[in-house]
Design a protein. Sequence first.
Length: 342
Amino acid sequence: MFGTSAFGKDIAVDLGTANTLVYVKGEGIVLNEPSVVAVNTITNAIIAVGEEAKRMVGRTPAHIVATRPLRDGVIAEFDVTEKMMRYFIQKVHQRRSIARPRVIVSVPSGITGVEQRAVEEATIQAGARAAFIIEEPMAAAIGAGLPVHEPIGNMIVDIGGGTTEVAVISLGGIVTSQSARVGGDEMDNAIINYIKRDYQLLIGERSAEIVKFKLGSAFDVGNDDEEEEIRGRDLASGLPKTIVVTGEEIRQSLEEPMSVVVQVVKDALDKTPPELASDIMEQGIILAGGGALLKGVEERIRNDTGMPVHTAKDPLLCVAMGSGKCLEEFDIMKKVLISSTS
């Protein structure tokens, strides 16, 4: 059984491209920090992890690199990911050196067997005594409160930092799923490229993320005339420069990644058995993940698919809450776990 033992508290980890959330059995979500690590390239030592490391992005000297070790929902830098997970596990256990918990980790449904084993291995190397894997759309559906074990079609759309996961779930299993390596990061890059192309201004990821949340939208929600200042470096002169952009411009810049998100949803609907499609038409499509917070996403998907669309309560927390529920009700929920090293 899962719980607290001499080995420490068993935990669930939403190992996201943008943020890592940790759920502790009996306590809930106790940690929510950016998936960023600052490394000294000379000594290979970890300088900072999480929120502290994110503040360093774009502001470090040459020998310190603030990096995000996950790309598109999968591990891009194994050693750094392992050190990041070790830091988070120790932080949850107040740095008790004997803590060797059992850990459930969520992964994108589209990852390969090699990528999945990399996650398991990183989890074990980080100090877990057993690693269990759950697919993100399943965890998101559970966290959103969908009746995943009933013979009803449930569609979840999880728009994360690196990937968009769409799954139709019934009787505790994923009937059909589609994924695209497009998410919040791709939207930020789309804004960066738009500003660079139209204004010859180079801006950073943080600036793009801020303007995305202030002005960004996936559908005309009536904020076209709203304005926001953006500061960056003029590509012609190399000097700092400030420009003003509108909501309409930012919506236009997000059109390409949003079109991919909508197409993934359409592809999943196209592969859904008729009976389950009928259920989805009645129940609606549920949105989760940070991308669900972008203004107009509900309206855009509803407009392009003709299906009812609803955003889950606390969409950012759905995957972590669903993984955590598997901890709390392990014997009932263990069949949704797709592998284990125990």
